[in-house]
Ligand binder design. Structure first.
Ligand code: SF4
Ligand code: SF4
Length: 498
């Protein structure tokens, strides 16, 4: 579906629960990965012979590996508590985007083959065999789930539809029906080291350009080092930070923080990507291979600490899995968390008085914060519960004078996905992304109308890219979305601590 055909929802004072609109998002479909791309990831290039049976076999394998998956498929009581929690349903009314209905697409196959009821009386329990039509529905609607876990928060049993969607994508990849967007990015990360396919000379040139720009702006020679052996800290950033707006402003901010605190740091051209799209397709093999680049780079450079830049799903993978994927990390300095988030590092420096910040440098901004779903519901920061919400907000308050949170039902644990996470950030899914962004756009408009908010902070590369594209479609300025470390970078008084 072309972008011009996308219907832009009207934003009202409050977010209504939409009327059911059967098939509203049945048309937008992400492009299917070509055979040569599938092969790079170790998946069959096209549907394998006997793919219906292979799908059942793969589901059986996953049920054996992940006990949670079987529980999630068994225990849904159709209470409806999750019905109006998914941003893709709220933005479209498509009933297949109700979390329980999305899960039922896989559950019907599970019931058919792995439950007594499904074997004896399939029609009574909604059990169905694998068919071409089922595969098409899986492909459409499991690529309309951003794996944000908002539904799991509402579910009295904690059913995590994100895990179900990851399993469905893994089954599809294994029978030869992969998604072009995610698999292309994984292939680039494996072959070149980052999602954008930027080779080391390009990264080096970019960093040299950043150094010149920062010196022109501030008169201070802030360094953005690459591949420095023996540096204390290796910073791993989403590759969008190397060139995209507003991401690069965040990179500029990180460098200013390190500079003023006098920390020894480096980026790595080998581990030039914090993101890990292996998670989106449920592939631990690919997650492992991407994460191992970080381990190798840390060993080769002999660093003592690993710090992650602003990226939501990267932090989810790092926080939840880095140790099991690429550990042990016993060669790093045990006095610091492995890994550490840049926000933890920056707030610690602020609290210790190591940074000189002038809030008035951001006085033209009235700021709100979009909590990224992967950080909000799949990770933590710092040592206290809720640190993933409180730490970024403490940094914002230290960097600017005017900050207003959005409605409490739309932030912190209850935050909405931006609409582009989980492998949806591709142009052919624009109608899905626009629909998914509606709840956030509505909450943002509310604080714009009430408080004059003109800036929204995010600490996620995908959120920043999604909002840059979607904000103008809703009639807002794309410059509204900024990196948190852009605010920090603006507020830092370079030279004040030298
Ligand atoms: S995980 Fe998020 S995107 Fe997926 S069904 Fe649940 S609420 Fe919707
Ligand atoms: S809230 Fe949980 S149990 Fe209730 S319908 Fe949704 S997934 Fe099923």
């Amino acid at each position: 579906m072309a972008q011009s055909q996308t219907t832009i929802p009207v934003l009202e004072e409050h977010l209504p629960i939409p009327a059911v609109a059967e098939g509203a998002l049945s048309e937008p479909r992400s492009f299917v990965a070509k055979p040569e791309l599938q092969a790079k990831l170790g998946f069959p290039g096209e549907l394998v012979p006997d793919w219906e049976k292979k799908a059942v076999d793969k589901l059986e394998e996953l049920l054996g590996k992940y006990r949670g998956l079987r529980v999630y498929l068994d225990i849904c009581v159709k209470c409806g508590a999750c019905t109006d929690k998914c941003q893709f349903f709220l933005g479209s009314g498509d009933p297949k985007n109700m979390p329980a209905a999305r899960a039922d697409l896989l559950r019907s196959l599970y019931r058919k083959h792995f439950t007594p009821g499904g074997r004896l009386a399939p029609d009574l329990v909604g059990a169905k065999p694998m068919t071409e039509a089922m595969l098409e529905e899986w492909y459409t609607y499991y690529h309309q789930c951003s794996q944000c876990r908002r539904c799991s928060l509402a579910c009295p049993y904690g059913i995590d539809t994100a895990e179900i969607s990851m399993a469905a994508r893994e089954i599809m990849d294994c029978i030869g029906r992969g998604q072009k967007y995610t698999n292309e990015i994984i292939a680039k990360a494996l072959e070149i080291g980052n999602n954008l396919g930027m080779k080391p000379p390009v990264i080096r040139n970019t960093l040299e350009g950043v150094e010149e720009d920062v010196e022109d702006d501030t008169g201070v020679a802030v360094k953005y080092p690459l591949d420095v052996e023996g540096a204390d800290i290796m910073l791993v950033v989403p590759s969008a930070d190397f060139f995209a707006e507003p991401h690069i402003e965040g990179l500029i901010g990180y460098g200013k923080v390190f500079h003023q605190a006098g920390l020894s740091w480096t980026l790595s051209s080998y581990a030039s990507e914090a993101g890990n799209f292996g998670m989106f397709i449920g592939s631990y093999e690919n997650m492992h291979a991407i994460s191992n680049r970080i381990r190798k780079a840390a060993l080769d450079l002999g660093v003592k600490r690993i710090v992650f830049g602003e990226c939501g799903h990267a932090w989810r993978v790092a926080y939840s899995f880095l140790n099991t994927l690429a550990g042990p990390w016993d060669f790093l300095d045990p006095r610091y968390p492995v890994p550490q988030h840049i926000c933890e590092l920056t707030l610690d420096l602020i609290e210790r008085g190591a940074l000189s910040l002038d809030r008035s440098a951001n006085d033209e901004r009235v700021v709100t914060m979009h909590d990224s779903c992967n950080i909000a519901r799949a990770s933590r920061m710092g040592t206290r519960p809720g640190g993933q919400f409180d730490i970024p907000r403490a940094i914002i308050r230290a960097s600017c004078n005017k900050f207003y949170d959005m409605h409490p039902d739309t932030i912190r644990e209850k935050t909405f996905c931006c609409g582009g996470g989980g492998g949806l950030l591709t142009d052919e899914l624009i109608p899905v992304r626009v629909a998914g962004a509606k709840p956030r756009m509505q909450a943002m408009k509310q604080v714009m109308d009430r408080h004059g908010v003109n800036t929204m902070v995010a600490i996620c590369a995908i959120c920043k890219s999604q909002f840059t594209k979607i904000l103008p479609m809703y009639g807002f300025d794309s410059d509204m979305i900024v990196s948190l470390h852009q605010l920090v970078g603006n507020a830092i008084q370079l030279g004040a601590k030298e």
